[in-house]
Design a protein around this ligand. Structure first.
Ligand SMILES: *Cc1c(COP(=O)(O)O)cnc(C)c1O
Length: 197
């Protein structure tokens, strides 16, 4: 459940109804909320992460959906090691057609995985991929972008993660497009406004 922009009271209400997994897109908000809310909440980061901020979230973050470079993977591994824990991450891929600063193209993702040094990062677990579709009215475009994400996921899984059963998550879909994402193999939908209203 994406809690960004929601008040602490709104999040508490969802918590009291049983929700334990919340996602934020900004490190600062994540830190404040983590501090103010119960410790049994599992926090996910879904927004862009700068390497110099990893140290703040490394002690508690459950999953980072938005990893888009080898450098970031290495910093997460280093900070996870310092905290004596393993951090789950997803690699963010870029399948939208609109301008967006973040996410690896299929070629960049392949290059990162081919390079191989990710295999020597014992304090991270690469659990799958994350993608966002374009913000468009065109359902057929969203279908084609999520279908592209699913194709890349399956190819990467069979090429690099055959021995890694934890590589099983495809984080696609938000309030406006999750039904389409689910048709294309999404295992994690990131829903905010549709539940919070
Ligand atoms: C805000 C956000 C969402 C959720 O958006 P809603 O439209 O509120 O469901 C999902 N993913 C990312 C990366 C976001 O920043």
């Amino acid at each position: 459940m994406v809690s960004k922009y929601r008040s602490i009271e709104e999040i508490k209400e969802a918590y009291d109804a049983g929700q334990r997994l919340f996602a934020e897109n900004r490190v600062q908000a994540l830190l404040e909320r983590h501090e103010q809310l119960p410790t049994d909440i599992q926090w996910h980061l879904i927004g862009h992460l700068q390497t110099n901020k990893v140290k703040y979230i490394a002690p508690f973050i459950g999953m980072i959906h938005s990893v888009d470079s080898l450098k970031l993977l290495k910093v997460i591994d280093e900070q996870a090691a310092r905290n004596n824990r393993v951090i789950d991450v997803l690699l963010q891929i870029y399948v939208a057609t609109e301008e967006s600063k973040f996410g690896l193209t299929e070629a960049e993702l392949t290059e990162l995985l081919e390079e191989g040094s990710w295999r020597n990062l014992p304090y991270i677990r690469i659990c799958g991929l994350m993608a966002m579709a374009s913000l468009t009215e065109s359902e057929s475009q969203i279908h084609s972008e999520f279908s592209e994400a699913q194709r890349i996921f399956q190819k990467i899984k069979s090429s690099y993660f055959r021995e890694n059963p934890e590589f099983c998550e495809l984080s696609t879909g938000m309030s406006s497009d999750y039904p389409i994402a689910l048709e294309h193999g999404s295992t994690l939908v990131r829903i905010g406004s549709a539940v919070f209203g």
